[in-house]
Design a binder for this molecule. Structure first.
Ligand SMILES: Nc1ncnc2c1ncn2[C@@H]1O[C@H](COP(=O)(O)OP(=O)(O)OP(=O)(O)O)[C@@H](O)[C@H]1O
Length: 213
């Protein structure tokens, strides 16, 4: 995996100059995971069913000409991270956003109220990445990252106040079960967010297929 495919310079999940009490009008969600685990498929369905806006961060950056250098080894572009954050800020303030990207350590923590890390078995992931025609370097790098749970640990370290839901996404049946469970958790979060000003989910994990929250 390209380490972040972002160019870091400044603000991050753990560095915020905003007052602690700042919160979006509605909650936001991050869906992360190694490339190929199924973030975009999952986010698209979830956003449609919950009436949320799905932002595939790499596409968002490309559409706004916020891509930086090209990494020839991975055939991927870095992003101008600060500029992407600036563009995202008003959207995140309104809330109801699903941010979909394989790196999640650069958003201000105050933006995010739910974090999901999708996982895939080595067999499922290998097949998906091979089908994409990835170079052996890129394929091996991603496989190793998934086995070493690099993205999950990044998510846990970036959002110390939010339980990170880890969901196994090897097949369509698991995806459907997980989407249904995330919808239930999200609706519960929204109710508590509106009623009591809470921004944490407390009942994560229960009944979610393969979850290790
Ligand atoms: N639950 C699933 N069962 C079977 N195939 C799946 C599942 N989820 C996704 N896929 C397939 O895996 C491939 C990768 O999915 P997707 O593009 O959603 O992954 P991604 O994590 O968003 O990747 P990237 O980070 O590179 O954008 C696609 O061909 C998709 O159809």
């Amino acid at each position: 995996m390209a380490p972040g495919v972002t160019q870091k310079s400044g603000d991050s999940a753990q560095e915020s100059s905003e007052p602690q009490e700042w919160r979006p009008i509605r909650p936001n969600m991050v869906i992360t995971g190694t490339p190929g685990v199924g973030k975009t498929s999952f986010s698209t369905e979830l956003a449609r069913e919950l009436g949320l806006r799905h932002i595939e961060v790499g596409v968002f950056a490309r559409e706004r000409n916020l891509l930086a250098d090209h990494d020839p080894l991975r055939n991927a572009f870095y992003m101008h991270e600060d500029a992407v954050l600036d563009e995202l800020e008003p959207l995140m303030t309104d809330g109801g956003i699903i941010l979909d990207h394989h790196s999640c350590d650069w958003y201000p923590e105050r933006w995010i109220q739910m974090v999901i890390c999708l996982r895939a078995s080595t067999e499922a992931l290998y097949d998906r990445l091979e089908q994409r025609g990835y170079s052996s370097h890129k394929l091996n790098e991603n496989m190793e990252a998934e086995i070493m749970q690099v993205v999950f640990e990044e998510a846990v370290n970036s959002y110390p106040n939010i339980p990170v839901l880890q969901l196994q996404n090897d097949n369509e049946e698991q995806k459907r079960r997980n989407i249904n469970e995330v919808k239930r958790l999200w609706r519960s979060l929204v109710r508590r967010f509106e009623n009591h000003g809470e921004n944490l989910i407390s009942d994560t994990g229960a009944g979610v297929d393969g979850s290790v929250s």
